[in-house]
Design a protein around this ligand. Structure first.
Ligand code: FES
Length: 76
C-alpha cells in the first residue's frame, strides 16, 4: 500500500447525478475516479446512482464487500 488515506470518506450523494467510484486506488480524487486507471492500465470505476439524496461513507481501501460503501473492511 502507498501512503494514501484508506479510511472511508463521507459524501453527500444526490439523485440527479451518476457517480464513478474508484476501484483501482490510483485516483487522486478519492473516493471518485479521476481517470488515473487508464494510464495505469487498472480497473475502471464502478458507476452508480442513488434512489434518494443521502449521506454515505464511501470505501477508499477497495476491500469492501459492499462497494462503493464502506463495510468496515479497512479495519481488518
Ligand atoms: S474504507 Fe472501509 S471498507 Fe474500505
Amino acid at each position: 500500500m502507498s501512503d494514501k488515506n484508506y479510511n472511508p470518506i463521507q459524501v453527500d450523494l444526490k439523485t440527479d447525478r451518476r457517480y464513478s467510484w474508484c476501484t483501482c486506488s490510483f485516483s487522486n480524487e478519492q473516493p471518485f475516479c479521476d481517470g488515473s486507471h487508464k494510464a495505469n492500465k487498472a480497473t475502471p470505476p464502478m458507476v452508480f446512482e442513488v434512489k434518494e439524496d443521502r449521506e454515505a461513507w464511501l470505501c477508499t481501501c477497495k476491500e469492501t464487500n459492499t462497494p462503493p460503501y464502506c463495510d468496515g473492511s479497512h479495519n481488518n
